[in-house]
Design a protein around this ligand. Structure first.
Ligand code: 8QM
Length: 402
């Protein structure tokens, strides 16, 4: 990979822009270059530190006292610049506030709380997959990955039926906003301008259907655990974090399977591998590619001095392919023990909704294995570029009925 590297006092320095369209389209060569250059590097373009190694990413994620989230988990330092929206009360705050909000939401999406949803979501997954397999040819993104989460998740939150077309542009903006204010960001900001009002309205107590995740947040208000304004912002987190992530995770799963027919065949033979396969998808093609932290004090990573107030970019997708942590990291192997990857983060901010994401993916994959004997790519896939998410715009597929 031909990117400029210089080194001062043991710190490799790069001029490359990881958020350029070329790098987002194929980030893996850059990941390897940065990972091999050292435990921490300096990105001249943005004046920030970065790490692409597993041990360093994990250590940073687990040390919330030194590497805080309250100054934003994107490139923008909230201590210097206005965030594009009021900060998330889960993602962009530190303890003690974080622990209170996290425990409210954690209870709402716990394994026990999701039990009742499984049969409903399973019926929906079976019907959708059966329909697509009967058709034979379909677009794994437009017809499946974008359809399934939208058919189950907004109802579970209790969002209004009207206006759900706002969810995708809002989510795309949210994830682009963690990156720089480049053309990708500006385009999605323009496309999402009209969604902000609907999102704010839909997070209010009166907009939410009884029995859903949203209403459960307001029950916490009624018990005195949060204020009405906090509840509105916590419901916003379901919208911001729960839609695009699962859509693109499912899309990446479909792409991984269609491009690895041997692995699909292995799953058909050994369906007990479904759960490990889902973790392997997240390791091999991490939906959330990057997050940032900000240092609260002078510190060190791998004997590199990091001053207080520094932004550090964590290449989660690269960490998940670090040869120091994984054998044959670039090979997609559904029988691998991929648990422990940082695709859901790590530490106190580890994805609170991960059981929802896993449930959706498990139900779709199980239905596929039941109804489809072979899954093949059937045309040229097209990428969707996003500053944070690994995403497909379109992925034509052909399914052979079982
Ligand atoms: C990313 O708004 C939020 O609370 C929020 C938004 C995005 C995420 C998490 C939380 C990690 C999926």
């Amino acid at each position: 990979m031909s990117v400029q590297t210089t080194t001062t006092q043991g710190l490799p320095r790069f001029d490359v822009d990881p958020f350029s369209e070329d790098m987002l389209r194929d980030p893996f060569p850059l990941h390897e270059t940065i990972r091999e250059a050292g435990p921490v590097v300096w990105l001249e373009r943005y004046g920030i530190f970065a790490t692409a190694r597993f041990a360093e990413c994990s250590a940073v994620l687990k040390d919330w006292q030194t590497f805080c989230s309250g100054r934003g988990v994107g490139l923008t330092d909230f201590a210097r610049e206005e965030p594009w929206r009021p900060p998330s009360l889960l993602l962009e705050v530190d303890p003690p506030l974080h622990d209170r909000t996290r425990s409210i939401v954690g209870r709402i999406v716990s394994v026990g709380a999701l039990k009742a949803l499984r049969p409903v979501w399973q019926k929906e997954a079976d019907a959708l997959v059966q329909r697509l397999v009967a058709r034979g040819r379909f677009d794994a993104i437009k017809d499946l990955a974008e359809v399934y989460p939208l058919s189950v998740f907004p109802d579970a939150v209790g969002l209004p039926k009207e206006g759900r077309e706002n969810l995708l542009p809002y989510g795309a903006l949210g994830f682009n906003a963690f990156g720089p204010r480049n053309a990708i960001y500006e385009e999605s900001a323009a496309a999402a301008a009209k969604t902000l009002e609907w999102v704010a309205q839909s997070c209010g107590r009166d907009a939410l259907a009884p029995g859903g995740f949203g209403a459960a947040v307001y029950e916490a208000v009624d018990r005195g655990e949060a204020s009405e304004a906090e509840a509105q912002r916590l419901v916003r987190s379901f919208i911001a974090a729960g839609v695009d992530t699962t859509i693109n995770g499912l899309g990446n799963m479909m792409a991984a399977l269609a491009s690895h027919p041997d692995q699909y065949a292995l799953l058909r033979e050994q369906p007990r591998l479904v759960k490990t396969a889902l973790e392997e998808v997240l390791r091999w093609d991490s939906t959330v590619q990057t997050f940032f932290r900000t240092t609260t004090r002078d510190t060190e990573i791998g004997s590199v001095a990091i001053p207080e107030g520094s932004k550090i970019l964590l290449f989660l997708g690269a960490a998940n392919r670090d040869p120091r942590a994984w054998d044959n990291p670039d090979s997609f192997d559904v029988s691998r023990r991929a648990i422990g990857h940082v695709g859901f983060g790590a530490g106190i901010h580890a994805c609170v909704g991960q059981m929802i994401a896993r449930l959706e993916a498990e139900l779709i994959l199980t239905a596929l294995l039941k109804y489809c004997s072979r899954l093949e790519s059937a045309g040229t896939p097209r990428r969707r570029l996003n500053n944070t998410l690994r995403a497909w715009e379109s992925y034509p597929m052909h399914a052979v009925p079982a």
